[in-house]
Each structure stands twice: as structure tokens, then as C-alpha cells.
Design a protein around this ligand. Structure first.
Ligand code: XIL
Length: 355
């Protein structure tokens, strides 16, 4: 290494950048947007995290900062501080900003869980929340997940009755407003900001034919009734054991809607039995790399170019993946390791984007 090269090399190390043989990053080679879900605390306090987000991705989703409880902590109070940090970062760095999410049963603040009122007051809360948020971010958000996870895996609407034992599974919106709360939410969003693209987002579509069918039926119904909807998000929290056929079927089916299709929360778990002694060995790494490549290849194969809204990973590195907390066990579901270095599955993902 000559003198100039070696000082450049040290500079890279000092700046906390990943130094590898690969010169390009995901956003440079991908034929569509590649994103990640981020958290404002890590963005402000962790240099490795910020370098990866800035260098590799060109679409941003806020992990939690734009959820109902974050933005609307009291009935008459909105707090945009955390949300603004994420949105301003995205815009300042010329990244696409995707909003997540306006309506979700798991994101209720305490006041909403305790709220008692007739259906008109529930509808008013829905409208006020959506329209205040959309007006605040008008002109800044390319798109929003308007409603998240409205269906159970069996294709029924998520309601209190069907799964009443688990409080976090209640959908107060359904119970107070009926199935049409979903259409209302899309209409309210469109009224407040007609230029933003509106998505319905859900998980397990690759694994639950009944849920997939229900989502497609909802889209058909919306189209017939003129309810504005522009895209579908497939979360794709999958594992190395997820069946390839299910992924293909889901992609083929959603493509037929003609809507934009976003793989919106991709991560690939290797610790499928939540085993605390599991070692992330070479064969697990190989299976995971294969699956990451498969998702990209199938997305490119089945989703027509004009419908390819992009692929977003849920979090940035194995150090910050939500799955570790969620399952209370080790996992390595993302493209970067705990030190924000590219993993084997990064290379597989990168190569299938580049093809
Ligand atoms: C998760 C976040 O990552 C966690 O930090 C939070 O505690 C719970 O929510 N589907 C979604 C996301 O649509 O909003 C969820 O995010 C992960 C599952």
C-alpha cells in the first residue's frame, strides 16, 4: 500500500466506515429503493449505525417515531419531536420518507385504550389523528402505511371478540366503527394530503393464504368504491424456514392488484426455535444468504418494474433488531452484524440487487 492509499485507509477506519473489497453500496446498485427502519436515538448517538444508514439506504421508515403513541400522547396533545428528527434526516439526505403507521392496534397510547365514547367520537379521533399528522408532514412524506395489520391470519378482521384474551390484539377501531374504519382511514388520509401514496401493510401474507385473500378482496372492494389506495406492504418478517412457494404465491397475487408493492419490513430470522444456545454457524449463514437472495430475485421476477416500490429492512444491524427483544432470544436477522459490518447475507442481497 503506498502512502496515500494507507492514509486514506486510516481515514475510512476513523470515520467508522466499513472497509471492504466492495466499493458500491446497496442504494447504488439497486434498481428500486432500498430502505431501513430507523430509530432517532441510534441515529443521533451511534456513528456506525448512522454511517450504514447514510451510505447504504435511500428510503427511510421510522421504526416507532411516527406511531400513534409517539405522535399523539394525550387526546389534545401532539408531539412531533421524534418523528421530525427522522423525517428531517431523510429529507436533508435526499432519502425517500415512508410513514409508518397511522392506524395499528398495537400503537395505542394509554388514553386511547381507556377512551369511552360512541362511534361518532371514535370516528372523530381517527379523523383528527390522521389529518393532524398528515397536515404536519404535508409535502414531506412520499407515502404512508395508513392501516397496519387489520386482519388475522384466518382472513377475519382483527376484532376484540375473536382474540379477546390477548389485550394487545384488540382492534378498538373495528369494535367501535366496524370494518369500514379501514376505508375511512384511507379517505381521511387522502383528503388531508392528496399527493402522498397510501399503503395497506400486513405480515405473514407469504404464510397465510386466507389473509392474503382477504387483503386482495379489500383492495378489489376499495377500487370498486373509489376508496383511494396506492400500495400494499408485505412486511416479510420471515425465517430461513419460510416456504419459498408461499413467498412466490404472495408476490404473484399482490402483483395482480396493479398497486405499488413494498416489501416493507424484511428480516430473516435464523433462530427459529428461540434457542438461547444456538450458534450462528456457517450453514445457518448460508441458508440465510440464500433466502435473502431469493426474496430479491422473486420480487424482481413477479413484481412489474413500475410496481416495485422497493425493499425495506426492519432495523439496521443484528444489534438493533426488534426480534431479539420480541422473542427474548439471540438472533441474527439482518444484513449487518453487531459492529455494523456487512455480513455474508449482505453480499448475497447486494449481488441479487445488482444483477
Ligand atoms: C415493532 C418495533 O420494531 C418495536 O421496537 C416495537 O416495540 C414494536 O413494534 N410489524 C410492524 C412494526 O408493523 O411496526 C413492528 O415494529 C414490527 C412488526
Amino acid at each position: 500500500m503506498n502512502c496515500f492509499k494507507s492514509s486514506l485507509f486510516s481515514l475510512f477506519l476513523l470515520a467508522g466506515f466499513t472497509v471492504s473489497a466492495q466499493e458500491k453500496t446497496l442504494q447504488m446498485v439497486a434498481p428500486f429503493k432500498v430502505g431501513c427502519a430507523i430509530n432517532p436515538f441510534l441515529l443521533n448517538n451511534n456513528k456506525g449505525y448512522k454511517a450504514v444508514v447514510s451510505n447504504e439506504f435511500n428510503s427511510i421508515t421510522a421504526e416507532n417515531a411516527l406511531k400513534f403513541y409517539s405522535l399523539h400522547p394525550k387526546r389534545d396533545e401532539f408531539n412531533f419531536a421524534m418523528g421530525d428528527t427522522v423525517v428531517n434526516y431523510a429529507l436533508a439526505n435526499k432519502k425517500r420518507m415512508h410513514g409508518h403507521c397511522l392506524v395499528w392496534h398495537e400503537s395505542a397510547p394509554k388514553w386511547l385504550n381507556e377512551f369511552v365514547g360512541d362511534s361518532a367520537s371514535w370516528d372523530n379521533i381517527l379523523k383528527t389523528h390522521i389529518q393532524t399528522v398528515l397536515q404536519h408532514y404535508k409535502g414531506k412524506m412520499t407515502s404512508w402505511d395508513v392501516v397496519n395489520e387489520a386482519f388475522f391470519d384466518d382472513g377475519n378482521f382483527r376484532t376484540e371478540k375473536t382474540n379477546g384474551t390477548n389485550k394487545s390484539n384488540k382492534t378498538y377501531w373495528y369494535n367501535h366503527l366496524g370494518a369500514d374504519y379501514i376505508a375511512h382511514a384511507f379517505q381521511y388520509a387522502h383528503e388531508a394530503d392528496p399527493s402522498t401514496l397510501l399503503f395497506y401493510n400486513d405480515y405473514n401474507q407469504e404464510n397465510s393464504p386466507a389473509k392474503l385473500k382477504a387483503i386482495i378482496a379489500m383492495v378489489t372492494d376499495f377500487k370498486q368504491r373509489g376508496i383511494p389506495i396506492h400500495g400494499l406492504g408485505l412486511q416479510m418478517h420471515i425465517s430461513i424456514n419460510t416456504k419459498n412457494e408461499g413467498i412466490i404465491t404472495a408476490l404473484k397475487e399482490v402483483a395482480k392488484t396493479g398497486l405499488l408493492i413494498h416489501i416493507s419490513e424484511l428480516d430473516i430470522s435464523v433462530n427459529t426455535h428461540h434457542d438461547s444456545t444456538l450458534v450462528y454457524n456457517d450453514s445457518l449463514k448460508a441458508l440465510q444468504s440464500e433466502k435473502f437472495a431469493f426474496v430479491v430475485e422473486q420480487y424482481r421476477k413477479w413484481i412489474p418494474k413500475k410496481q416495485q416500490y422497493g425493499i425495506t429492512c426492519w432495523n439496521v444491524s443484528d444489534a438493533d433488531s426488534w426480534l431479539v427483544k420480541w422473542h427474548k432470544s439471540n438472533d441474527w436477522p439482518l444484513l449487518f452484524d453487531k459492529n455494523y459490518q456487512r455480513k455474508e447475507c449482505y453480499t448475497a442481497f447486494y449481488n441479487s440487487l445488482k444483477k
